[in-house]
Design a protein around this ligand. Structure first.
Ligand code: AMP
Length: 263
């Protein structure tokens, strides 16, 4: 089997037959697995299961590009279902963050504009981008939350629901691939970096800073009697339940990128 087919293979396998250390959860329509080469502390992939009753042909869900170039109602249905199940994975991640680190940070949900693996998949990835598997500029830029290559699922939903986008949507691969060559810069503070090892050290420092601030804020709230209880909140019984308490996913795709996607 070609390595590019690994995700498609998961989608075709009955969830109960997938290895326990790979599977997070499954529903009638989707399966959520651990990314085998995580590019952040928490990284899952939500895949539509195959065969799928969500679309008229399996080729429609071979990629975001094929989905968007097909029937718009089908595309909307698939993206909404992936989004719902990605929110469940996000809730699970937030719970793990609270348990292990005592605070929550952003989790991004979206697609790579030009994927490397066959079969549609949504990334659910913590925003730290701290991982030994994140090794080069392409890896980093592909998950940079505002560069444009990472298409936030909420933005894709917006494209599909905007009246004026009644025609077919098209992803211009060459333009998006160009974004991967963008010079390295921290997605939080914009500081430029020449080499990935230095940027990785910086990202760790940024995360530690975020943790210190969150812990301090919690302590302040306790002192002033306005503790929001995040650290002490008991683990949710329904560990995959969606919640409004979680930080919002950034929805920062620029108008320019939106226009490009239609080019
Ligand atoms: P994309 O660039 O959107 O196609 O990303 C594909 C993702 O699949 C990457 O984050 C890889 O780390 C991940 N991946 C590659 N091979 C496997 C595998 N066998 N099992 C799980 N995840 C994988």
């Amino acid at each position: 089997m070609s390595w590019m087919k690994a995700l498609e293979n998961y989608a075709r396998t009955a969830p109960e037959e997938l290895p326990k250390d790979i599977l997070l959860s499954s529903t009638e329509h989707t399966v959520t697995v651990k990314d085998a080469y995580p590019k952040a502390m928490y990284h899952y992939l939500v895949l539509p299961r195959l065969p799928s009753s969500l679309v008229s042909s399996s080729s429609r869900i071979s990629s975001l590009q094929s989905l968007l170039s097909g029937d718009k109602e089908d595309a909307l249905r698939v993206v909404k279902i992936l989004g719902d199940d990605a929110e469940l994975a996000k809730s699970h991640i937030l719970e793990e963050m609270r348990k292990k680190h005592g605070f929550e940070w952003d989790v991004n949900i979206g697609f790579h504009a030009v994927p490397s693996m066959d079969h549609l998949h949504t990334h659910v990835i913590s925003s730290d981008l701290i991982s030994p598997a994140l090794k080069n500029k392409k890896h980093y830029n592909s998950f940079h939350p505002t560069l444009g290559f990472f298409l936030h699922l909420n933005d894709v939903l917006e494209w599909l629901t905007e009246e004026k986008l009644a025609g077919k949507l098209h992803i211009n691969s060459a333009k998006y691939e160009g974004l991967l060559k963008t010079d390295l810069a921290c997605f939080k503070c914009d500081e430029p970096f020449k080499q990935i090892p230095r940027l990785k050290e910086h990202l760790e420092d940024e995360w530690k800073k975020e943790k210190r601030t969150a812990v301090k804020q919690k302590a302040m709230k306790r002192v002033h009697g306005t503790d929001d209880g995040e650290a002490q909140r008991p683990a949710k019984k329904t560990k995959l339940a969606s919640t409004d308490e979680t930080p919002r996913t950034p929805n920062k795709l620029s108008e320019a990128n939106k226009a490009e996607s239609l080019a």
